[in-house]
Design a protein around this ligand. Structure first.
Ligand SMILES: [Fe+2]
Length: 296
């Protein structure tokens, strides 16, 4: 299913959605989308109607992720693949389609503790995308809005759903030695040219916040630097300063949002191809940089 699926949106639930307004607008450089009927706030990083959905609730975490099929056949194949691997979906209601701005929607409770929605036809926003803070825009065409990294103690089931159910493939993995008895494993999964759409950290127990970070890739390298300057000028934690990852070769940094999870802003990752054959272990996250710079 290479090139048939891409990440459509991420839903986050926090007690006070307005607490992320300034972060997304003034630090990350996103543009507000249309608010939802229930007071939900939405954010865009391209022409699509919404990419980040922030609703009020106690979870203080990511609660849903949308994966968009490129056409009707890909949608049907995704739904059938999920059913065949034990993850039968339910059809979205008319209200669901309206809330998500999609033509079709099928959802299932994913083993990593979030709702997974396979969707078709994510609508374009009425206004074209333009961010004064990110003049070069974000890289999303054919690869979705970015990637997400999640910690889960249902690691094997999570990989099973995406690989066997949806046809994702593992790009590579990291085994990070953290001590004599502790190695952290991270699996990187792709469905299109983006090196990874999902990264799963194998957690020994359920983490207080499963969403580690959301990555947004900008088209111009200087837009990473200018985002870094905005983050540095704020009082927000910067858990990882500028650096380059070893596996995807992304030049990036991480800034912690007021809700705890981080946003990685990057540029220049290498592109995965359909005949990708570099699925191998790495023993470090970064070639250089990414040091903890300012902790909360
Ligand atoms: Fe990342």
């Amino acid at each position: 299913m290479f090139g048939q699926l891409e990440i459509a949106y991420l839903g986050v639930e926090i007690p006070d959605p307005s607490s992320l307004d300034s972060f997304f607008t003034d630090i990350v450089g996103l543009v507000p989308g249309a608010p939802g009927a229930d007071g939900t706030r939405t954010w865009r990083n391209d022409d699509k109607a919404q990419r980040l959905i922030v609703s009020a609730g106690p979870a203080n975490d990511a609660v849903l992720v949308g994966v968009e099929a490129v056409d009707e056949a890909a949608f049907e194949q995704a739904v059938a693949g999920l059913a065949a691997t034990g993850f039968a979906t339910t059809e979205g209601t008319a209200a669901d389609l309206a809330a998500r701005h999609v033509q079709r929607l099928a959802r299932v409770d994913a083993p990593w503790g979030m709702t997974l929605e396979v969707v078709l036809g994510l609508q374009r926003a009425e206004q074209p995308f333009a961010s004064p803070l990110v003049p070069g825009g974000f890289y999303t065409h054919g690869v979705g809005f970015g990637h997400i990294a999640l910690a889960t103690n249902a690691f094997d089931e999570a990989v099973h759903l995406l690989v066997d159910g949806l046809g994702f493939r593992q790009s590579d993995w990291i085994e990070l030695p953290m001590g004599p008895d502790l190695t952290i494993k991270v699996a990187f999964l792709h469905a299109n040219g983006r090196h990874h759409t999902f990264a799963f950290v194998r957690a020994p127990f359920e983490m207080p916040q499963r969403l580690h970070h959301v990555m947004l890739e900008v088209n111009q390298r200087d837009d990473v630097g200018m985002a870094f300057d905005r983050a540095w000028a704020s009082s927000l934690p910067i858990p990882n300063g500028l650096g380059v990852h070893d596996n995807d070769r992304m030049f990036s940094f991480y800034v912690a949002s007021p809700a705890g999870f981080a946003v990685e802003i990057g540029h220049g990752a290498r592109t995965v191809t359909e005949d990708w054959d570099d699925n191998r272990p790495y023993d470090r996250a970064s070639v250089w940089g990414h040091q903890p710079l300012r902790m909360g």
